[in-house]
Design a protein around this ligand. Sequence first.
Ligand SMILES: [Zn+2]
Length: 387
Amino acid sequence: MTDNSLAALFSRVDELRPRMMETWAKLVNRDCGSRNKAGVDGVGSDVRAFLEACGYRVSFREYEKAGNMLIAEKGDMTKPFVVLLGHLDTVFADGEAARRPFTIGESGLTVSGPGALDMKGGVTIMLYAAKILSEVGWDRYPVKIILAGDEEVGHCQSGAADAMAEEADGALMGFNFETSYEDNALVVGRKGAAQFRLDVKGVGAHAGNNPRDGRNAVSELCRKEPLISALTDWDEGTSINFGVIHGGTVANAIPENAYAVVDVRYKKMAGYRRVKKALQEIADRVIVEGTKTTLRQTISFAAMERNEKSDELFARVNAIAVEAGLPEMHPIEVGGASDSAYLVLAGVPTVCALGVKGRFNHTVREYAVIDSLFEREKLILAVLSKI
Ligand SMILES: [Zn+2]
C-alpha cells in the first residue's frame, strides 16, 4: 500500500475492522488493574511486539511497585515530534476479565468488558494508527507513543507523571486517546485532583475519672473542618470535600486519635498551591491545646489547564475532521483528571478524549460504541496526514 490519500487510509481502516476488534478483545481479556504489575507489564510486552512490527523503537521506564511505562519512538526524535498518549492499566481487580470478558452487546452496537472503554479501545486506535501509517510510509513527523502503566492510581507508586512531562518535552502537539463521549466532544481542560490526610494525636483519658487530662483529637478535627471547607473557591474552580472523618473508640473515653481525608479538585494549578499551603497552616495551628496534627498528601493528579494553544489545536483537529467528512466535535472541560495534564505542564498543546466513545467508565456498566473505534481511527489518521 503506497497510496496515502485519505480515501486509501480510510478504506484500509475498513479492511482492518475484524483485526482491530480482535486486538481490542485481546487487550480487554487480560487482567491488568493498576495494582497488578505483572498483568500491566504483560500487556506492555504485547504492545511492544505490535509496535516493533511497525518499525518503532520500544523501551520501558521501569517501576518496582507500578506497571512500567512504555515509550515507543519512530523517526528522528531530535526534530519536533508528535505525542500519542494513553495508559495500559484499568481500575478492575483480578478475575474481572474471566468473569466479564469482551462481549458484543445484544444490539451489536456496543461492547463491554473491563476497560473496553477506558481505555483499551483508545490503545487499539493508537496501535492501528502506527500500523497503517507505517504501511504507507508516513513520516511527516517523528512520533512518540507513551503508555503509562499506573494512570488509574495517579502514578502514586512511580515517577511516571514527571517522566511523562520529561518525555513530552519538545513535542509539537499531544493527542490522548482517553475515553470519549457519545456526543462527540473532545476534552481541552480537566480538573486536577489531590487528597490529603490529617492525623490528629491527642491525649486519651477517662471521661469520668480524669476528663481534664484528656486532649480531644476528634474536637480538634471538628474545629479544623470549617476552616478547611472554607478553602473552596467556586470562582477559582477549586472545591474541597471533607470526605472522611474517623476518631475515638468509645464514648466514655477522650479520643486520643482521629483522622480525616480531604479531597481537592481544581482547575488551576495556582488554586492547588493555595489550598496546599493553607492546609499546612491549618494543620500546624493547634486549636485544642495539647493535640498535634500531621498532614500528608496521598494523591496528586495535576490539572489539565485549558489554554489557547490547546484550544487552537482543537480547532485544527475539528476543521480537519469536518473536511474529511467526519462528524463535527466540540471542546469541553471535565472534572475527571488524565495524563494530558502532564503534557500541558510540559508546554505541549494537547487535546484529550480521542479514544472510543461510551459511558460508565470505572464501573461494571461500562460500554463502548463499536463504530467509534473505526471513526476515531479515521480521525487520527486524517489529523496526522493533514496537520
Ligand atoms: Zn483512562
